[in-house]
Design a protein around this ligand. Sequence first.
Ligand SMILES: *[C@@H]1O[C@H](CO)[C@@H](O)[C@H](O)[C@H]1NC(C)=O
Length: 429
Amino acid sequence: MHLLTKATTATAVLLAIPGVQGNLNQLAKAAGKLYFGSATDNSELSDSAYVNVLKNKDEFGQITPGNTQKWQYTEPSNGVFDYTQGDVITNFAEANGQILRCHNLVWHNQLPSWVSSGSWTAAQLTDVINAHIASEVGHYKGQCYAWDVVNEALNDDGTFRADVFYNVLGTSYLPIAFKAAAAADPDARLYYNDYNIEYSGAKATAALNIVKTIQAAGAPIHGVGFQGHFIVGGTPSQTDLTNVLNSFVALDVDVAYTELDVRFSSLPANAAGYAQQANDYGAVVGACLAVSRCVGITVWDFDDKYSWIPSTFSGQGEACLYWQNLTAKPAYYKVQSLLAAAATATSSVSSSTAISTIKTTSTPTTTLVTTISKTTVTSSTTKTITTAAAPTKTAAHWDQCGGNGWTGPTVCASPYTCKKQNDWYSQCL
Ligand SMILES: *[C@@H]1O[C@H](CO)[C@@H](O)[C@H](O)[C@H]1NC(C)=O
């Protein structure tokens, strides 16, 4: 498994950039998204061939720790907190200039038995949740662009999962958790995250109701994460995916695909299967591109070598964008081409929008500009990233500053300079 030669690694890196069309994150940003990212895990970071791909922020501009921010790692016994393993991932992301989605705070699984098997009053369990979130979100304050605050609260039929949180607190644990996270890091975007809510049905409706419940309780919720664990040939249509995203956006939350992979339900795969897998990945990417408040896409690792699928679904696999030999699959090129096309279209849409705005209105309009607060990698101060071509005078660190059709600022804030990444995208570095 670890016998990849240096020559193979170099080949894989070159093949990932066919015709130098740009890497996934830089294309996603040029298309108006905040990131294209990947999950990773501690044990994988000793694989240098894998790390050489993962650490490239042009390819993966966002990292999610796959396991080691979960409760079993961070508070293994009551009041005993341990962030050593989670810090390995967050430090990796920061060293490489990658945004962090942090994962997760309240979940029935990978939950230590002192929580799940405790006999709690409502007041006691509320204190346990508040203390856990205050410590963990406080520890990572300023580092996490987003937190998955509550994960997988629902059964597939749309009823609430009867875990310790629901059994003791009913749905009140939802706003309790979101309020605690907001108190500990007011700048983090706070998400509800689940699977099988990507397509219309009882579970998606129940997730919409979760957003409404949290909002009605006066707690902040900024986004919903759609895990996106799909099966080749069984992935929802782009239309259904888009409609569901829009139904959540109508509640004034961001949306994101947070754990995307598309697995073969039986192996070995053949050429037709790889083509179908490419189309399935394409439907998901297309849905995110079609919805402006879809901020980004995260794959649940990019390399079949480290996919969770084979150990969880016996006989299934090959779910990732790259084969185990770190060669990109047809699905990779599908994703890349859709992002590149959207990057080009985004540039022409922003210029025509700007022109029509000038012609048709004399009052200032601000609705096109969405600002997202994010933490810089080198300090605890926050900065603002614009996700549309904002009429600001200078572009901030990491922001776009040029490219075909670009109408936004072309001068970078000091001390950064505008560097061409490809024909569609220059960035302040
Ligand atoms: C990588 O593995 C895949 C699947 O086994 C194979 O089709 C492809 O040719 C391999 N590529 C390289 C460069 O070894």
